[in-house]
Design a protein around this ligand. Structure first.
Ligand SMILES: [Zn+2]
Length: 77
């Protein structure tokens, strides 16, 4: 079981999937069009946008539908 109480640097929001993984919303801290990034920790889903709430929205709905099991050891990154 990975420790979901410790958030990686830059993560501003996390959504729990039905499989127990997390979908993270990351603020890259850059003033670019791709500032906010969605990263699913159990499948290859990603999404970038400059609108934080758009990304949070996507993360929320992805977390509700993603059923991929998280890998036992979250790799690098
Ligand atoms: Zn996913």
């Amino acid at each position: 079981m990975s420790d979901i109480s410790t958030w990686p640097e830059g993560v501003i929001a996390r959504y729990l999937t039905v499989a127990g993984a997390t979908v993270d919303v990351i603020d890259k801290g850059e003033d670019t069009y791709w500032r906010y990034e969605l990263v699913c920790r159990s499948c290859p889903e990603t999404f970038d946008d400059s609108n934080e709430y758009e990304v949070r929205d996507r993360a929320q709905s992805h977390a509700e539908s993603c059923r991929a099991m998280p890998r036992p050891q979250a790799g690098g990154r």
